[in-house]
Design a protein around this ligand. Structure first.
Ligand SMILES: *Cc1c(COP(=O)(O)O)cnc(C)c1O
Length: 399
């Protein structure tokens, strides 16, 4: 797998853009391309970072499914559409078919199964149902109730488990093995998901150009990505490293009770070890990151590409979630707040400072980019509940 696969994935998303635009009216102004804005933010750290040196890749605003899972999940569904087009020999090869009732009827004979902590299920469920597939989402215990309810509402079958995410994936895998009209999207091993996620790096490169932000080895980009099983942050890191080499440094953020990727990497055991093996609970409000075991293939790749990682406690997630709302008015979900600790740790904690020293990088030259990975679909009451965890005494204004 190399960059040519990433460019191909970008091409597939472009081919399908007219179809997506028809399916999701919110994509009309952007001509069917699912992308988030790149923004400059300044106030969140009380000026620890000089103005103009802090960027937000606002995936919490991604259209269609409201999280970083939109690119990968929808790409994985499109690959299934491709496969069925071939199998049934019904659609035009250039992917510019219109999604007629007859086509949807054909898709309704097929089922997509996926294991999820929430957002992947939302992404696959929304895209899959829009094409007419039946969709079955196997949800781990971490999944938030509103995500299950939303899926139920759009006609996806939600199967909830008391166990963790690895078990939910396994249940989906077993369910799909039963017959060949079921497609299993494997969050732990899917190269389609990985490549769909990685397209974000190509788009980011254009956005940096548009903002006239030049990066170099002396003026590098430091990227902070919340990590669960690793597909989304791994795909982005993989492609960013190919595009920018030593001018980009990528860091993963994980909950202190669910550091699956960090454990896989520092032990060298990748998916051969889980956080339960070392006595951690995996309990966290960051449902998207509540994973006990990393993707084996992503973990092995990250051994080569990842620059560093950190953990943070849930109370810090709520702190940054509230700070972001107070300073910028953005509502993110707890998982999506994990990246915000990065610039502070990098520039003030011992590990971060020695990293910069070792690489010969001056703090004032760094452009920090925080990836805010989800939030726009979250019900208002859910956000308020999270916000109040940081300010228990404050009654938030509506809006
Ligand atoms: C899934 C998810 C992530 C992490 O993606 P992985 O591919 O699981 O590593 C981060 N943030 C949010 C909001 C997510 O839903």
């Amino acid at each position: 797998m190399g960059m040519e696969s990433v460019y191909q994935a970008e091409g597939v998303l472009e081919d399908y853009a007219p179809v997506l635009q028809k399916l999701f009216p919110e994509l009309e102004p952007v001509k069917g391309i699912i992308e988030s804005p790149l923004l400059t933010i300044d106030a969140i750290y009380n000026d620890i970072i000089p103005p103009g040196h802090l960027l937000l890749k606002a995936d919490h605003l991604l259209p269609v499914s409201g999280s970083i899972k939109a690119r990968g999940g929808i790409f994985a569904v499109l690959k299934i559409v491709d496969h069925i087009a071939e199998r049934e020999n019904i659609f035009r090869k250039d992917r510019r078919f219109t999604l007629s009732g007859a086509a949807k009827k054909i898709f309704s004979n097929y089922r997509i199964a996926v294991g999820s902590t929430g957002n992947l299920g939302l992404s696959i469920g929304i895209a899959g149902r829009a094409f007419g597939f039946s969709v079955e989402v196997h949800m781990s215990s971490a999944a938030k109730r509103w995500k299950k309810e939303l899926l139920d509402k759009i006609g996806a079958d939600v199967i909830a488990y008391d166990s963790d995410y690895t078990a939910a994936c396994e249940a989906a895998r077993v369910s799909a093995q039963k017959d060949d009209s079921v497609y299993f999207i494997d969050d732990e091993n899917s190269t389609d998901l990985f490549l769909g996620y990685s397209v974000a790096a190509l788009r980011l490169k254009k956005q940096l150009n548009d903002l006239n932000i030049m990066i170099s080895e002396k003026h590098p980009l430091f990227v902070y990505l919340p990590c669960g099983v690793g597909g989304a942050p791994g795909g982005i890191t993989f492609a960013l490293k190919q595009l920018f080499g030593n001018s980009v440094h990528c860091f993963f953020a994980e909950p202190v009770d669910a550091p699956a990727m960090i454990l896989g990497l520092i032990t060298g055991k990748h998916d051969g070890i889980s956080i339960q093996d070392i006595g951690l609970s995996g309990n966290t409000s960051a449902d998207g990151l509540a994973v006990g075991r990393p993707s084996g293939f992503v973990s092995s790749l990250m051994k080569r590409y990842l620059d560093g990682a950190y953990t943070l406690p849930d109370r810090d997630l709520f702190f940054y979630l509230a700070r972001l709302y107070d300073t910028e008015g953005f509502k993110v979900e707890p998982s999506a707040a994990a990246g915000f600790a990065g610039p502070v740790l990098l520039t003030t904690a011992g590990g971060g400072r020695s990293y910069m020293e070792q690489k010969g990088i001056e703090a004032k030259n760094i452009i920090h980019l925080i990836w805010s990975t989800g939030g726009s679909m979250e019900p208002r009451a859910e956000f308020q509940k999270n916000y109040k965890k940081h300010y228990p005494q404050v009654c938030m204004e509506s809006g």
